[in-house]
Write a protein of this length. Structure first.
Length: 269
């Protein structure tokens, strides 16, 4: 099966998690991603991922996993919407109770791959084969409970107006409120991403954004409120990393200018 455009970038994050798992001291421990990379016939080295790329993508997922577990511990009736899920094994890493309603959403070709490659998950876990920008799928969701929206690695591939519209529709559909977990980037970071080897190895298109990029998501809707920002240096898993990686990640977090390039954030609405 051929993945087109932004769909192919799911292999970047999959490979990063597999390489993290093969490191002497993994942070994410994603054995399923490792297994998938061994089974998929693809030249993953063409992405040119370095050690910091690998750790950064693994730590991003780790932070979102921890927020996801905390949200489900607080409200077990929360509906989880994992947007542009790719081949991410988050449902297996987080391993929620079988009565947690979890919906993995992506293009039909990607969902077909998930069904062929990933193990069956029992309980209320479901997949939805659609482009997340299609206008009708949100309206079919149960709106009488809180929602947890996970949008990891999605916004860079959308134009700003499309990302705003998606977030607006989600917020307004759920009067009981919820949370949005995502990564956001300023315009300079998106410009750099367009020229990154990992992106140039695919046919992915980076979206067009205004001056602020996605740094001010809370301005997209009156109900959105920034609650938290991931600090990798505060994660206990950091202690086992090589000192060079700890130093580089610490430098990134200490510099406000560098941190504004890209952040992993949690919003409440």
């Amino acid at each position: 099966m051929r993945l087109e455009g932004s769909q192919e970038t799911l292999l970047i994050t999959l490979y990063a998690k597999a390489m993290d798992n093969r490191a002497a001291h993994p942070v994410l421990h994603d054995r399923l991603a490792d297994d998938l990379v061994r089974r998929i016939d693809y030249d993953f080295e063409r992405f040119g991922l370095g050690p910091l790329d690998i750790r950064g993508l693994a730590l991003r997922s780790l932070a979102i996993d921890k927020w996801t577990r905390a949200a489900l511990q607080s409200r077990a009736d929360t509906l989880v919407l994992h947007l542009a899920c790719g081949l991410d094994s988050r449902i297996y890493r987080v391993d929620p109770a079988l009565d947690v309603d979890w919906l993995d959403i992506d293009f039909p070709a990607v969902i077909q791959l998930r069904r062929e490659l990933l193990p069956q998950r029992l309980g209320l876990y479901r997949t939805l084969a659609t482009n997340v920008m299609e206008p009708d799928w949100i309206g079919r969701l149960d709106r009488d409970r809180p929602v947890l929206v996970i949008a990891e690695g999605l916004f860079p591939y959308l134009d700003e107006w499309r990302a705003r519209e998606l977030v607006r529709r989600l917020v307004e559909h759920f009067p009981q409120g919820g949370q949005l977990l995502c990564d956001v980037y300023n315009r300079l970071a998106l410009r750099l991403l367009r020229h990154a080897r990992m992106i140039r190895a695919t046919d992915a298109r980076i979206g067009e954004w205004g001056r602020e990029g996605a740094g001010g998501v809370e301005s997209w809707h009156p109900r959105l409120q920034l609650v938290d920002e991931a600090r990798y240096t505060q994660l206990p898993e950091m202690a086992a990393l090589p000192w060079t990686q700890r130093w580089a990640i610490g430098l990134y977090e200490r510099s406000r200018w560098l941190r504004e390039l890209g952040r992993v954030v949690r919003y409440r609405f």
